[in-house]
Design a protein around this ligand. Structure first.
Ligand code: KG4
Ligand code: ZN
Length: 397
């Protein structure tokens, strides 16, 4: 079965095509092109929904053609074969708000042989609604044109399943993904630019959020701290790189000088990062002659504080819910220090941890494709109507 997945929830336009085996436990990656808008948003210090939407609309059809070509599924026709007025009208209506996208899509479809795609998956939330709609409307149009089922996917569930994938190369050098056998219940730590959640998953695929941030998400805190320190968006990786420089050169912060560890000792599994971010702001404002060394020390102190809270809460939740396995997902799971500390703590209690490869931690469409495979395996039904749900909780999937 060939599954085509589309992701446009934030600032990456991504399409992936995977081919599953008959039992749907192995997936060959046929294509995974991605176009990042990060450089564009960096100028404004954050992601602007209207700009993100416009860029997705510009990128999506060319990216679709690239994906089909990479997958060996693009076969052009010399002579145009009209789609028929009903389908043409439907695509035009669906993509009426996306400049040029409907014309480009109709043109692509009229000049190629129907590609062998058996199902389509699309991120329908959480995320920026204007951005989500571009992917959803394109997916709806494609699903009609190719006459294949459409599966809406929760972006955070995508990060979860992507966190626990086994990735191998076959004899042809192609990437083959599989799901490991994991004992339930599973605890997942989801840390991204918009979310910080601890999620418990039972063997029927049902998720419960057992802890979450009460204000800023951890990636958001990294990005805001970066901005305070004058580091461009998205500053998370750079804050982390600077912290590592100091740590590697043996710098430690005396206890009395450290930033607070918010909610470290509360008995629940919730988080709060907005106070920590404010502490960074106040300390920075007091410094008259800012140097790179001071910036890096602040980065170190901040990253240590975040890591300590995340590790303590996660380990507490694992124990309370008797989970043997921890999956970590979301953009911040690329963070070296958080990965290292979690891995050490998990090994001390002899449990298992799954972390995505750092390059697969941030948004992509492969995570949406593999989640659709999980759903199809679990017998979930495709949807005729799909809408963008900016706040779609993983517990409501
Ligand atoms: O999952 P993601 O790509 O997008 C969302 O769904 O939010 O996560 C992006 C977030 C950004 O806030 C970025 O600064 C953060 O992940 N991030 C990191 C690192 N790599 C990405 N934060 C800290 N350390 C990193 N190495
Ligand atoms: Zn994400």
């Amino acid at each position: 079965m060939n599954i085509l997945a589309i992701e446009t929830s934030c600032d990456e336009t991504a399409i992936a095509i995977v081919q599953t085996n008959a039992s749907m436990n192995r997936m060959r990656v046929l294509a995974e092109p991605l176009l990042s808008q990060i450089a564009l948003h960096a100028e404004y210090g954050g992601v602007f929904p209207a700009l993100a939407k416009r860029e997705h609309a510009k990128a999506i059809v060319p990216l679709l053609k690239t994906a089909l070509t990479e997958a060996g599924l693009y076969h052009p026709k010399k002579v145009r074969q009209p789609l028929g007025s009903k389908l043409t009208k439907k695509i035009q209506t669906l993509l009426a708000r996306e400049e040029n996208t409907s014309e480009e899509l109709i043109n692509l479809l009229e000049y190629m042989r129907t590609p062998k795609i058996d199902a389509i998956a699309v991120t329908s939330g959480p995320g920026l609604e204007p951005a989500l709609w571009v992917g959803i409307n394109t997916a709806l149009a494609l699903s009609s044109a190719l006459d294949v089922p459409l599966y809406p996917v929760n972006h955070m569930e995508g990060h979860m399943y992507a966190g626990a994938l086994i990735s191998e190369k076959n004899a042809k050098g192609e990437t083959v993904l599989s799901f490991p056998d994991i004992a339930y219940p599973i605890l997942t730590l989801l840390i991204s630019g918009g979310h910080t959640e601890l999620v418990l998953t039972k063997n029927n695929g049902k998720h419960t959020i057992v802890g979450a941030t009460r204000d800023d998400a951890v990636g958001e805190a990294f990005d805001k701290v970066a901005r305070v320190l004058g580091i461009p968006y998205p500053g998370g990786p750079e804050v982390s790189r600077r912290a590592k420089l100091m740590r590697d050169s043996g710098v430690t912060i005396p206890k009395q000088d450290q930033f607070p560890r918010p909610m470290l000792h509360t008995p629940d599994f919730d988080f709060s990062f907005s106070g920590l971010k404010t502490s960074v702001l106040y300390r920075t404002q007091k410094i008259e002659n800012m140097t790179d060394e001071i910036r890096n020390t602040i980065a170190l102190d901040f990253e240590n504080a975040v890591t300590e809270v995340i590790v303590k809460k996660t380990m507490g939740a694992l124990e309370k819910y008797s989970a043997q396995t921890l999956i970590v997902g979301g953009g911040v799971s690329a963070n070296t220090e958080i990965r290292k500390r979690l891995t050490e703590s998990i090994s001390e209690v002899k449990k298992t941890i799954y972390l995505p490869k750092p390059k697969d931690a941030t948004d992509n469409a492969l995570m949406i494709a593999v989640t659709a495979v999980k759903h199809i395996k679990l017998g979930k039904k495709p949807k005729k109507k799909v809408i963008a749900n900016g706040n779609w909780k993983i517990s409501k999937t």
